[in-house]
Design a protein around this ligand. Structure first.
Ligand SMILES: C[S@@+](CC[C@H](N)C(=O)[O-])C[C@H]1O[C@@H](n2cnc3c(N)ncnc32)[C@H](O)[C@@H]1O
Length: 412
């Protein structure tokens, strides 16, 4: 046994496996796995058989190691996924698309099993080294199905919504930070927020003048007030803001948001403000951007705005004495959008989660398209994120979701 805890024969087998993956030799990979090599092994930089198979661009080999159980979202020590190797080393869009499709179907199954735990803004992690062309060496790390997975449970627990809401935050310069120096909101997102605001108000960038006589908008999550300031410039008839953090709310009060004529601020978690929102009726535009929440919360918000469930209807009926409306919170021709930070630290993760959310919205009768927006290099540079514990956006392209109630649903 060597220092890694592996038997010499095991080391040889595992290293032969990495080599065969890199060569894209599916038959050899199958035979080495049959001989007892571990699909969970990795080289000294954390690259797994999946990274090497992806670097070969050979889809049969990629499929072979994925079928053997290696997670599609394995990251190496530089935080690169198999998708990065498929695109950058193999230069194969086909191999990349195969990985996206595999990740997507896997995540749908995990969601059914209730084990899908994805933060709505990512909490990990900048790449720590540049991606180098992988040449398998003879050294391998001990096999472990955990050493290569995405984000550990302990990491996920660090930013729960209640922890965040119960601890202090700081407005400092161009950013809003939580108590652990995680970025809650940053000014570089301003151009993105502008596009979101135009989209939910259905305004043209060249001519952001109103097209409709009245405009009712809802924004969940005030943060630095960037999108709300832009929405105000469109003179909405009614502008509702839901905000749950006491310090953010105090900031809103001191900045005069609670005294604006056309603004209603609902202080509390959106989960606890649904009855009040239903009473306010339908909105032409809705935007959602919270912090410390998970995909399940986003999904629940979608269910709440597109299909209020009977429990909420009963609650509303009990307080108002009136029969409750079961209409979606979004007007039939309205536009809904959300900050799409899903998997924002890695392109493969992001593309997989975009497909998952699109699928879930479709189940609610909602058509989703993604409008690409370039993110400038400065916003994703190391300097931009200096002092931030965990960068939440690392990609060159932001995919802005535009969600509309499908015309087929209208007809029903
Ligand atoms: C990323 S910031 C929003 C930034 C905002 N889009 C802007 O343009 O400045 C997220 C905000 O959501 C708030 N928040 C977090 N959880 C919430 C919840 N469950 N309900 C309502 N607001 C929440 C946070 O306190 C924070 O102010």
């Amino acid at each position: 046994m060597d220092a890694t805890g592996e038997e010499p024969q095991e080391i040889q087998l595992n290293s032969a496996l990495l080599n065969a993956c890199y060569d894209g030799d599916m038959e050899k990979v199958t035979s080495i796995l049959d001989k007892g090599a571990s699909v969970f092994c990795s080289d000294e930089t954390g690259r797994t058989p999946l990274h090497f198979a992806a670097a070969s661009g050979n889809i049969a080999t990629i499929k072979c190691v994925l079928d053997a159980g290696i997670p599609w979202n394995s990251l190496d020590d530089g935080k690169y996924s198999a998708g990065d190797y498929a695109l950058e080393t193999a230069n194969s869009k086909e191999a990349y698309d195969y990985l996206v499709e595999f990740g997507y179907t896997t995540e749908l199954v995990l969601k059914e099993l209730g084990t899908f735990q994805v933060p709505i803004t990512t909490i990990d992690s900048s790449a720590t080294s540049s991606l180098v062309s992988p040449t398998p060496s003879s050294g391998t790390k001990p096999a472990s199905s955990e050493n290569s997975n995405q984000v550990s449970d302990s990491d996920l627990k660090k930013i729960s919504n209640s922890d965040y809401l119960n601890s202090s935050i700081t407005y400092i310069g161009d950013r809003l930070l939580d108590a652990h120096n995680n970025g809650v909101m940053m000014e570089w997102e301003e151009p993105i927020m502008y596009q979101h605001a135009l989209a939910i108000c259905q305004r043209e960038p060249e001519n952001p003048k109103p097209t409709q006589s009245s405009l009712k908008v809802l924004n969940v999550g005030f943060g630095m007030g960037i999108i709300d300031t832009i929405l105000q410039s469109f003179n909405p008839t009614l502008h509702v803001i839901v905000e749950a953090h006491p310090d953010v709310y105090s900031h809103m009060v001191s900045e005069g948001w609670t005294r604006k004529k056309n603004v209603v601020v609902l202080f509390g978690r959106w989960q606890d403000k649904l009855s009040e929102l239903y009473e306010l009726g339908q909105f032409d535009g809705i935007f959602f951007d919270t912090f410390g929440e998970f995909y399940q919360d986003l999904d629940q918000f979608h269910q709440a705005i597109f299909r209020p469930d009977s429990k909420i209807e009963a609650e509303v009926a009990a307080t108002t004495g009136e029969p409750a409306s079961t209409a979606p919170l979004l007007a039939p021709d309205g536009v809904y959008s959300f900050f799409n930070g899903l998997g924002g630290h890695n392109l493969l993760f992001h593309d997989v989660y975009c497909k998952v959310v699109q699928f879930d919205l479709e189940k609610l009768g909602v058509d989703t398209t993604f409008v690409p927006i370039s993110v400038d290099d400065n916003s994703i540079s190391e300097e931009a994120w200096e002092g931030i514990n965990r960068p939440y956006w690392m990609l060159k392209q932001y995919n802005m979701p535009i969600c509309k109630i499908s015309k087929d649903t209208h007809a029903v």
